[in-house]
Design a protein around this ligand. Sequence first.
Ligand code: NAD
Length: 488
Amino acid sequence: MIHTQLYIDGQWQAPVAGGKRAILSPADETVIAEAAEGTRDDARLAIAAARRAFDGPWRNSTIRERAKLLNKIAELIDKDAENLARLESLNTGKTITESRTDMGDIAATFRYFAGLVASESGAVNEAPHHVISRTLREPVGVCGLITPWNYPLLQAAWKIAPALGAGNTVIIKPSNLTPLTTHRFAELLAELDLPAGVFNLVTGGAEVGAELAESVDVDLVSFTGGAYAGESIMKAATGNFKRIGLELGGKNPNIVFADADLDTAVDYALNAAFFHAGQVCSAGSRLMVEDAIYDEFIARLAERLPRIVIGNGFHAETQMGPVQSAAQHEKILKLVQMGVAEGARLVHGGKRPAGAVYEKGFWLEPTLLADVSADMKIAKEEIFGPVITAERFTSEEEVLRLANDTPYGLAAAVWTRDLDKANRMSRALRFGTVWVNDYHPYFPEAPWGGYKASGIGRELSRIGLDEYTELKHSYINLAPKPMGWFGA
Ligand code: NAD
């Protein structure tokens, strides 16, 4: 059994109040770990340590040192990748193949930001000859980083790499449902000779996150999670007008036009919706299919769904694992029932799979609800599980209006062979990412984030690094002399 601790000010320690939390395997509900459950007091200790480190040695670290650090972290991730992947699958239920991909992406993220940091340089601005005017990028200060349970270490990496790379100090708070890989990551960092307080880990629930959002000693909060917590973080941040980055939920349309390559679009529609059992902020759960091919599309999906291999993520043949928690399991089933009550046609799934191995654990069949209309609740709410809702449309104008008619704006996809239409749709869809003839790819070089209620700010890319910096105009008068100002 794994036991975890907090990592504060360069020391491993138990929470002040001694809190512990049992971590369950989503596959069979056995207790796989006893995790330290921190409180506001632990968050305060970590904030104070991060503050001291920022005001102390770390502030004078050079970009060369920080780029080297990020490259070193990438190396450590590579070396520990299989162990980390196994921990991630154990804790989240996702397949080991998905977790291995995550670990590769995490190392790539650290390497990408190492390269960016190493190439950082301020700008010299045009100014009178007796003046040196420079635009400098400086770290923001103490950063509180709050992550969700679906991509625990990947989301942490998207924040930690640019935050440390830009010269900030950090407190990372993973979801208390899935703290294991972030804890292992802290163990890897503890082997390095980072100054105490530069990197801190406080595991625990919402109150730890709330302390990070409220504290006037925290200069920036970067949060990935649901809209409800995002809203409370935004309000709390006004205490000292701290910088905020919010990566929130999505209701992501996957739009298939009649001229699309049908075989490919069907195949990708399944990956869009069932990758990580649909627990992906950008999951393509809202399928919108043009009238002329709608019936055939649904029939083809219906043929594939019973063949999806549901099982333990560690088994090589498994295509889809369980959902992460009992609460999530219950919420998804309720939404499916609501959809049926609203008039949607349940084509497949909507229940726990039959069989002794599925009696314990948070298992769900891949689910397809057809004939959904845009006014139904299931067409509007984020389901965050293995559920496709399918809507029929008759024109480009109609699908554009319906797809954009959501408070969210994270990701969308369009399937068509018509390049002009692809371009029109890419421009008109109000989403942070629009894929054409593909679904799900993301990489450190491109920005990630949402329009509207899907968030504020962007992660990854150069912009993702800039979010962790302040811009300073440094002006030096090289030849000061009296000018005869007031009363001379
Ligand atoms: P959540 O909002 O319940 O929790 C996210 C994190 O915030 C956890 O660490 C939690 O402990 C903490 N938290 C909860 N309440 C808080 C509060 N009031 N103040 C401060 N911290 C608080 O989200 P979740 O259920 O863990 O994750 C699922 C959600 O995350 C989905 O809505 C999903 O779309 C979203 N998500 C978005 C992205 C993205 O890139 N946009 C990526 C992954 C997940």
